[in-house]
Design a protein around this ligand. Structure first.
Ligand code: ATP
Ligand code: MG
Length: 460
């Protein structure tokens, strides 16, 4: 394999000829030489290639422009400029693909909105390139954390027939002719004629299937795409996003919270170690001080409070909110941010929410009113993790389902887990893009995934 620019930049000066290939970011002329910054995306700052005007043909040098791809050969030498330790003194330069003057990424700074319209080219910019590198390292750290801690990676289905939660948010999967679907006598659509012989949709979470494997392999995690027809246009919701969902047997809410905290810290620490240049960049140009914030998060224990305590705290400052908080309300982003930014000054785990605003499978507390749920709230973003201890008592779960009008025959396999060898178990879901947003300081979730899918947006 050819040496990538990230490696070339760390090489010692020497007489050996090395090759450097990449895309030209900038070209600058001085009297006798031409400085070309060549970047191949393996790191933020490219390699400075120096071409002696006495050696190279003028036409060749003139043909090198921002965006063109080049292959250069030369020696690594100590750089006289202050910005870099070494540079490449070119002995040959070949332009592989030129980039005419209409190349959309000229040297000036572009807005992130503009870059979304040219998402096929935007990874060539400093910002989106840095996001892509950090995202990749974070994905690796996710696997590394779980694999090092005896978790098995499970792939849960993306197409599902269990309309469990958030029915309003489901994307239907069908091969029926929408103009003329088969109908039952009463006029409803006859899904028995559909591809799967029943109504199906894209999954909103792999949790229920994940639980079946956790009650066989003990500790498992999923890491894959998830789909929600989110209609609201926010900076933290996508219609297609990646979720990390660990599930642990013989584990109560306390263990769940402990794992969530050490998992987040592990991933953040890994980024600090592996992506220093990119983190410096985000701290300087995207979110001032974000690197220090992440260092602080890694070093400080998360705060804890119950939902009831949280609401009391919020009620003290009721006038600050658009949506007035009260016991029983679903916490809004403004509430979540207030708790973590103004009350705790660090990530906070809120537990024991009213059962009415949480899912049917969460373990009921003895008060009969709240469930063993926990959300991890982070400054700037609000919720980044949602999790719970699951209801593992067969009778209690059945009663809860009946209360909510859920049909047992739709969940027969899920109930079986409580019938055969049931065990306390817990898990959580991390929105992977929210974690990337948090680490990089990027404001809009659409800029931390290569091709965002959101309402009225499915380009590329
Ligand atoms: P929110 O209140 O922010 O909509 P939620 O309660 O619907 O979140 P969960 O169902 O608990 O979220 O999902 C687990 C995690 O997945 C969330 O903590 C969040 O990080 C992430 N998440 C949820 N919905 C989205 C989305 N539409 N786009 C990106 N990430 C999401
Ligand atoms: Mg939601």
């Amino acid at each position: 394999m050819q040496t990538v620019i990230k490696e070339l930049k760390t090489m010692q000066p020497g007489p050996a000829l090395v090759k450097a290939s990449g895309w030209v970011r900038t070209k600058r002329d001085s009297k006798n030489v031409c400085f070309i910054e060549v970047n191949d995306g393996t790191c933020l700052k490219g390699l400075q290639v120096v071409a002696d005007k006495a050696v190279f043909d003028n036409n060749l040098l003139n043909s090198i422009s921002t965006g063109c791809s080049v292959e250069c050969e030369g020696q690594i030498v100590a750089s006289e400029g202050g910005d870099q330790a070494v540079e490449l003194k070119a002995t040959s330069i070949e332009v592989i693909g030129d980039a005419p003057a209409d190349y959309p990424l000229q040297k000036k700074r572009h807005t992130l909105e503009y870059l979304r319209d040219i998402a096929h080219l935007r990874a060539r910019t400093n910002t989106i390139g840095a996001v892509a590198r950090v995202r990749s390292k974070m994905a690796f750290a996710v696997h590394k954390f779980f694999q090092e801690n005896d978790f098995y990676y499970v792939n849960t289905p993306l197409i599902t027939a269990s309309d469990c939660e958030g029915a309003g948010q489901l994307f239907q999967v069908t091969t029926l002719d929408l103009a003329n679907p088969p109908r039952l006598e009463d006029g409803r659509i006859d899904y028995s004629k559909d591809f799967f012989g029943k109504h199906t949709s894209l999954t909103v979470s792999g949790q229920l299937e994940g639980e079946t494997y956790a009650t066989a392999l003990r500790n498992i995690y999923t890491f894959g795409p998830t789909f929600r027809a989110e209609n609201s246009n926010t900076k933290r919701h996508l219609a297609e996003f990646w979720m990390v969902e660990p599930e642990m047997s013989f584990c109560t809410l306390e263990g769940d919270m402990e794992i969530a905290e050490s998992f987040l810290k592990y991933v953040f620490k890994y980024v600090l170690e592996e992506c220093d240049e990119d983190m410096e960049f985000f701290s300087k140009f995207i979110e001032p001080g974000v690197k220090d914030t992440i260092v602080h998060v890694v070093e400080t224990p998360f705060a804890h409070m119950t939902y009831t305590e949280a609401v009391k705290e919020l009620e003290k400052h009721g006038d600050k909110f658009e949506f007035k908080p009260f016991w029983g309300c679903d916490l809004q982003t403004e509430h979540e941010r207030f708790l973590t930014e103004e009350v705790c000054h660090r990530p906070v785990i809120v537990t024991d929410y009213p059962k009415e605003i949480k899912s049917f499978y969460m373990k009921l507390n003895d008060d009969g009113k709240t469930v063993r749920a926990m959300d991890v709230l982070a400054p700037r973003l609000g919720e980044i993790i949602g999790g719970s201890e699951r209801e593992y008592r067969y009778d209690v779960l059945k009663a809860r389902m009946a209360e909510l009008g859920l049909r047992e025959e739709d969940y027969w396999w899920y109930l079986d887990l409580r019938k055969y060898g049931t065990v306390p178990h817990s898990g959580f879901g991390l929105g992977f893009e929210r974690a990337v947003q948090y680490v990089t300081g990027m404001q809009n979730i659409r800029d931390v995934i290569p091709y965002p899918r959101a309402a009225k947006q499915a380009d590329f």
